[in-house]
Design a protein around this ligand. Sequence first.
Ligand code: NAP
Length: 308
Amino acid sequence: MRILLTGSTGQVGNALLRQLQGLGTIIAPGRDQLDLSQPKLVRQAIRDLQPDLILNPAAYTAVDKAENEPDLANAINAESPAVMAEEAKKSGCILIHYSTDYVFSGSKQDDSGNWVPYKEQDATHPVNVYGQSKLSGEQAILQSGCRHLIFRTSWVYSLFGKNFLLTMLRLANERPELKVVNDQWGAPTSADWLAQTTLDIVRQIQQAEKPGEWWAQHQGLYHVTPAGKTSWCGFTEEIITQASQRQMLLKDAPNILGIPSSDYPTPARRPHNSLLDTAKLTQHFSIQTPTWQAVLDSCLTSNSVRNQ
Ligand SMILES: NC(=O)c1ccc[n+]([C@@H]2O[C@H](COP(=O)([O-])OP(=O)(O)OC[C@H]3O[C@@H](n4cnc5c(N)ncnc54)[C@H](OP(=O)(O)O)[C@@H]3O)[C@@H](O)[C@H]2O)c1
C-alpha cells in the first residue's frame, strides 16, 4: 500500500509517521514539497504519487491568526482537502482526514443546562474562521463520493510540537500560580492515541473481505476522543498531578486558579462545549475509548520510557 501522509511535522502527523512503519510505503512530504496552500500543486502531486491511501492531518491550526488570514486557512483546510477528495474519487484511493470540535458552536445543553456531547449528525455552526474552514473541508469530502473517513477530534496534545500540555509543564516550572479557563469543556486527546486509533481502523480496512460492503457501512464522519470531560483548568490540575508523581516538575506544584473565558480574551471565539459523543466510533469499529486521564498517563509514561 502506498500511503501519502501530510503534516508529518505536526503533532498527529508525527505520531502517525512513527506508528505507520511497516504498513506500506510511506511518502511524507514536508510543506516545502507539498504546500497545501496551493491546491493545484496538491492535485498534480497526488496524480504523480498515485497513493492508495491519503492520511491528511495537515491543517492551518493557528486558531487566532486565522481570523486575519481566512483565505489561507480556507486554501489549506478546505480547498486542498477538496482536491484530495476529487482525486481520490477518480483513482479509487482512500482519504482519511482530520477535523475538529470547532465545527460546532459549543452551546449544546440539555434542559437542565448541562453540557451535552455533540453527535456526528448535530447541526454545525462554527464561531471562528478556523472552524468554518475545517467545516468547508469536511463538506467537500462528504460530497465528493470518494472512499473517506473524517475523524473529528478535540484538544490535541503530545510531547512534540506546540501544545497545551507542554505549555503548562513549562509554566508550572516557571510560575507559582497558573490562571486557567474553567468554563470550556472537552476531552483532551493525545496525538499518539489518535494515531493508534487510526491505525486500528486502517487495519480493519485492510482486513475487510468485501471492501465495497465495508465502505457502504462505514464511510463518513466519526468523533474520536477519549472518554470523560474536563475543563482546561481540570486538565491542568491533572497534568500537574501526574507530572508531580513522575518527578517531572523542578519545584513545588503551582497553585491553579480557575478563571472564566471572559478573563482571557482571544482574537477568535472558542466554543464552551467541545464534547464529542464517540458512540458511533465504538459501534462501527469496536473501539472502547479510554478515559482522558488514562490517555494522558500513557503519553507521560512514553516520555519516561524515552528518557530512560
Ligand atoms: N491541535 C488541536 O488541538 C486540534 C483540535 C481538534 C482538531 N485538530 C485537527 O487535528 C489535525 C492535526 O492537528 P495537529 O495538532 O497535529 O496540527 P499541528 O501540530 O499544528 O500540525 C499541522 C501540520 O500541518 C502542516 N501544514 C500547515 N500548513 C501547511 C501547508 N500550507 N502545507 C503543508 N503542510 C502544512 C504543518 O507543517 P509545518 O510544520 O511546516 O507548519 C504541520 O505539519 C488537524 O486537522 C487539526 O485541524 C487539532
